[in-house]
Design a protein around this ligand. Sequence first.
Ligand code: ADP
Ligand code: ZN
Length: 641
Amino acid sequence: MGDMSDLGHTVQTTIPTKEEVLRTYYGYSAFREGQEELIDCLLSGQDVCGIMPTGAGKSVCYQVPALLMPGITLVISPLISLMKDQVGALNQMGVHAAWLNSSLSFAQYKKALEYAREGRYKIIYVAPERLLTEGFLDFARNASISMVAVDEAHCISQWGQDFRPSYLRIPEFLSRLSRRPVVGAFTATATKEVRNDIVSLLGLLNPHVTVTGFDRKNLYFEVRHDRDKYQGIRSYLSAHPGRSGIVYCATRKTVEEVCDRLNEDGFCATRYHAGLSDEERRKNQEAFTYDEVPVMVATNAFGMGIDKSNVRFVLHYNMPKNMESYYQEAGRAGRDGAAADCILFYSGQDVITNQFFIERDRENEELTGEALELVRQRDRERLKKMTFYCHTTDCLRDYMLRYFGEYGAGFCGNCGSCKTNFETVDITQTASDLIGCVLTSGMRYGIHAILDTLRGSRNEKVLRFGLDQNRYYGSQSHQIIVFLRQVCQYLILTDYLAVTDDRFPILKVKEKGLSFYSQDGDFRPVLTMKAARKTTQSPVKAGEAAGHSQTGAKTHKTGFACAGGSPFEALRSLRTQIARREHIPPYLVFSDKTLESMCVLLPQNKEEMLAVHGVGELKYQKYGEPFLALCRKLAGESEEY
Ligand code: ADP
Ligand code: ZN
């Protein structure tokens, strides 16, 4: 039930602003996309529905207003592990919080409710099943509850995978309170059906709905087609010693095999799947969370409610059954915002296995006949899209964002496709034809129409608009579409062309493009671009890793044998020492991103330390001194060079 010690007896003379709360408690200097508007609405008493991808920072959206409002905020959350983590983090920051769920004994539960009645907690996490129980209801009706935040709100919808019937009773709970608090619903599930269900079934009143981008820029995406997947995984791990990450496998059996082999090969890895005893699962998860074992090999049973922010990679040993699952699992990487890798090791066999599961699936016994066939058809379609992802040479991020109904930029520069083996190519002629085509067709068309024209396509649109009469029609028919798209992106990035931000974006020629185009053949400057070849080279150079493998238990015990290495390692080992002493996971001390930022800034005094991302006043009071001392030392060392 969280920390019951009495920390915050400070007398507030003025009410802090939301920026001050973010700064003081969290140590963050700015809100992320979507957070501010959701917070403002909640503070003004308007219900909200926030749809943000995993890792975007949903909890800040209700925790910050909770700290600014009088009274108590209830957070309804379906997962015990998630509650524990959140409450742990809040208590770390100096906020009094508690959780109420079935993991408490009756005596503990009674005690917690008693404290809650005394007003000791500002934020209370509660499982949905508890809401209408007599004891809780009695407390809630007599308490001053300012806000109810519904986490993982998609659980209310039968369209989602995680339907929880007890969520349907939330409106009843709200109606039993003496005064209806403002309600905020939060989820990472983007589909329209689920969104509509949340708003209507929860009974949100005139809610402000915010959907933020699903793009997670810090994640690097790649698909690999290694013939020997195990070697692929192995060489990745060798190249990234000591980094924490997850290897997802499709079946329990594969988990066992991969985990055993890794351990035999001297890596420090643990496992997780539904076939293990509760005890072993708990133990293994904890070892991973506390950074005692860096690598977790698991089925998709591992992850719901994992809030470990410094997961640096998620490798898929098998292809998941659809993009939703992939995005959710891969999304567990890099929640702290620092760079992380999401690499899928593909093989044709994965498609067959998944097909088999689809045809055999009898999980939902209520489905028969036509309905069953419909579900299967939908699943086959989803599998097809997932398989396409593994084969596309286009930007992977773009593909993913489009799948979720967003428009990407076509080129992200941080995925396997965008980073594929670049070579310098002369694009003078292609660029000039492209610009020419845009100009001579009156700057009225979008990228697709222009590229179709250059390639000499006979599609309906080209013919309808008479683009087959354009003098550049078919002039680039020898080029593949991917290349033309790259040239186009390049010309946009380098200011030769521009796209309007209309609903149907139109290509325009900019001044630079015009002057390039209007110079005669021989005088035209040669234009080159780095373009992707078709073969993907693995970014991992196995040689780099020589002698650096995570030698399992050995590294594990000696701990920081190589801590003398980089400043980051030094900071990390200090963090681990403190975490061990306090019996909390290291990322609750400071996130990886905070350490990275500390490495760059190497603060020399308190003020500079407070400028580090993730260091707030309260965290500073707890951990600032030792980190400051270490930073001073590190700065001294680097000056000697
Ligand atoms: P979600 O619940 O949306 O998956 P979390 O609320 O767990 O995401 O936030 C993910 C991480 O991002 C956490 O470590 C959180 O502290 C951090 N975070 C949230 N908001 C900000 C912000 N404005 N600036 C920097 N980091 C943030
Ligand atoms: Zn890309």
